[in-house]
Design a protein around this ligand. Structure first.
Ligand code: ATP
Ligand code: MG
Length: 374
């Protein structure tokens, strides 16, 4: 079976280090490995509108930001199809069919959606007439996991490189595929999530130490942040609150600066930036013992992040001068993506027996049955 990738990001802001370690870095490696028949990278503008209905301008402006971030990390339009979700109407159509295969109760159990409802301040229960209360949950937002299953399966994706928060979505997509194939006959491919292999990257915490770096939480280091911005953000980062004096023993677990080092540090960084330590393990041991200050560790992190981000910034600068070309690339990508989705939808319509005009058998048998009545 052909190996196919689909992944996406919501154009609700520029992409950050969480995206990078959770998914982007892997995508580029997979792209360059040549192991995949096709790679689809989607800018999920329709999904972004599910919780930004009153802010279409934000979504519109961020499409180009995400596209620039893609190109700057090394996604290459000659190897990967980069496209915009809303330009593929087949995805909406498929989501509509899938709605019949999922229960409201099943959607209510999705832990990621539950957390997002909390984070976005939507009211889970609204009392009728109580207009002063929080806003209720938009139906489109509630059902976005179904639409995500449509996105993945419309491209017959086998592999979805994503962060841990996406596990419940992929699980649901697999259930939908299973249900579809058992009701309508084998048509769809069950996707698999490809999680980062490094535990620190499964869900990179925010600079405030909160569980997840996320645009909505405003705790991000962006791929497009300048050297100075990175420095400032890292210097302000949460470490171990009990590590007050340099001599004090410090905690490495739950210390965001060390989590970032786990995600970004390579052995050669030590000879380059801190030759007195042989490895990250040695640095951690010293911190635990006491006698190592936060500033020294933060300076190492700043150097490593800036080294990682420099080539990304350089490529971004290049593409920022070629915005028209970037849009042309997205338009061409969207046309290619649409072709692929339309081919799958033709199979789906046939399986669901809603391909009336192509179903010669249906027409002939009904004609015959009416002829026999005369
Ligand atoms: P929003 O707040 O608009 O939801 P977000 O920052 O959560 O934005 P998404 O666009 O929802 O980002 O996520 C896109 C992809 O990046 C997903 O595959 C997700 O798993 C991954 N990802 C996002 N944040 C992180 C993180 N902090 N750590 C690891 N992976 C992440
Ligand atoms: Mg999110």
């Amino acid at each position: 079976m052909a190996k196919i990738i689909l992944t996406a990001d919501r154009p609700t802001g520029r992409l950050h280090l969480g995206h990078y370690v959770g998914s982007l870095r892997r995508r580029v490696e997979l792209q360059n490995s040549g192991q995949f028949e096709r790679i689809f990278i989607m800018i999920a503008d329709a999904q972004a509108l599910t919780d930004n209905a009153d802010n279409p301008e934000k979504v519109r402006q961020n499409v180009i930001e995400v596209a620039l971030d893609y190109l700057s990390v090394g996604l290459d339009p000659s190897l990967s199809t980069l496209f915009i979700q809303s330009q593929i109407p087949e995805l909406c159509e498929l989501a509509f069919y899938y709605m019949n295969l999922v229960t409201v109760q099943r959607l209510q159990r999705n832990p990621t959606v539950k957390a997002e409802i909390q984070m976005r301040g939507f009211a889970e229960n609204t009392v009728e007439g109580d207009t002063a209360q929080k806003q209720g949950i938009p139906v489109g937002f509630f059902t976005y996991p179904v639409s995500q299953a449509a996105d993945i399966t419309a491209f017959r994706a086998t592999t979805v490189p994503a962060g841990e928060d996406q596990e419940p979505m992929i699980e649901l997509a697999r259930e939908i595929v299973h249900k579809f194939n058992s009701v309508y006959g084998p048509t769809l491919v069950e996707p698999e999530i490809l999680l980062p292999d490094n535990a620190a990257c499964l869900r990179l915490p925010g600079t405030d130490g909160k569980a997840k770096m996320s645009k909505s939480l405003g705790n991000c280091i962006y791929l497009s942040d300048t050297n100075e911005e990175v420095k400032k953000k890292v210097m302000g980062m949460y470490t171990d609150p009990d590590h007050l004096r340099i001599e004090d023993p410090g905690k490495v677990e739950g210390n965001t600066v060390f989590t970032y080092l786990d995600a970004f540090c390579r052995p050669e960084h030590f000879s380059q930036y801190l030759p007195e330590y042989g490895s990250l393990e040695e640095l951690k041991a010293h911190y635990r013992r006491g006698g190592l200050g936060d500033v020294k560790v933060k300076k190492l992190l700043i150097a490593i992040l800036n080294e990682t981000l420099d080539p990304i910034r350089e490529r971004r600068h290049y593409f920022e001068g070629r915005i028209e070309e970037v849009y042309t690339m997205l338009e061409e990508g969207s046309a290619r993506a649409r072709e692929a989705a339309a081919a799958t939808l033709a199979d789906i319509r046939r399986a669901m027996k809603i391909d009336y005009f192509d179903d010669k058998e249906l027409i002939a048998s009904q004609a015959k049955s009416y002829a026999n009545r005369e």
